[in-house]
Write a protein that binds this ligand. Structure first.
Ligand SMILES: Nc1nc2c(c(=O)[nH]1)N(C=O)[C@@H](CNc1ccc(C(=O)N[C@@H](CCC(=O)O)C(=O)O)cc1)CN2
Ligand SMILES: Nc1ncnc2c1ncn2[C@@H]1O[C@H](COP(=O)(O)OP(=O)(O)OP(=O)(O)O)[C@@H](O)[C@H]1O
Length: 176
């Protein structure tokens, strides 16, 4: 199957979840995720039916800011931080420290589809693939079980995650 087909299939399944299911599954995922959030952390502001990680108990963390068509950076969010609607209507910090890729200890990555080998697909713009290449942080993907597919079609630029957390399990690379 082609990337586009796999993406559509997984998005259709994710879009079929109710708000109640999203809230319940997201809560279970956040609980499993929190023990790994040590040091300088990058999260994302969830949109649509993505796993909602907005309730993690952290005072401050990095959030993505889309720079132009191909790249993004992370900027520190803290309580009261000024935000603005960025690309795709996602809230982005407009103040606070810009983080360097190698300052990050953990990066939590949104997922459209994933497979048992810890490969992921995003929205197909390559923002995360490009960013992950530059950082040595622990790469943790979060997704619902229904987003798992048999096999993500991989290309040379695709970056494999270290761990994927769903509402029922944690899959890790062998060395972790
Ligand atoms: N929460 C969140 N923040 C994020 C990302 C993400 O995937 N999730 N990104 C990761 O790259 C970057 C933004 N990139 C994105 C790229 C494409 C689409 C997208 O295609 N969205 C719609 C299509 C509608 C449209 O084009 O406006 C979709 O869900 O189908 C969304 C975000 C940075 N911030
Ligand atoms: N490291 C890279 N250098 C240059 N181009 C890249 C790199 N990574 C990805 N791309 C390009 O980005 C585009 C999207 O790639 P792909 O379909 O794998 O995205 P994705 O994994 O779904 O998205 P994302 O990483 O944003 O979540 C492709 O055209 C690909 O060639």
């Amino acid at each position: 199957m082609m990337k586009e087909t796999v993406r559509k299939l997984a998005l259709a399944r994710r879009n079929a979840l109710t708000q109640k299911e999203i809230a319940c599954k997201s809560k279970a995922i956040v609980q499993r995720l929190e023990p790994y959030l040590k040091g300088t952390i990058a999260l994302y502001r969830s949109y649509g039916n993505e796993v909602c990680i907005d309730d993690v108990h952290l005072k401050s963390y990095g959030l993505p800011v889309v720079l132009h068509d191909t790249s993004m950076c992370f900027r520190m969010w803290y309580k009261g931080c000024k935000m603005k609607k960025g690309a795709y209507g996602i809230q982005e910090p407009i103040e606070g420290k810009v983080l360097l890729a190698d300052e990050l200890d953990v990066i939590v990555v949104p997922i459209v589809a994933f497979d048992e080998h810890l490969y992921r697909l995003g929205h197909g713009k390559g923002y995360y693939d490009r960013y992950l290449k530059q950082c040595r942080a622990l790469k943790i993907g979060v997704a619902y079980d229904c987003q798992q597919v048999e096999k993500v079609p991989i290309e040379p630029h695709d970056v494999c995650l270290d761990m994927i957390i769903t509402e029922t399990c944690i899959r890790k690379k062998d060395h972790l």
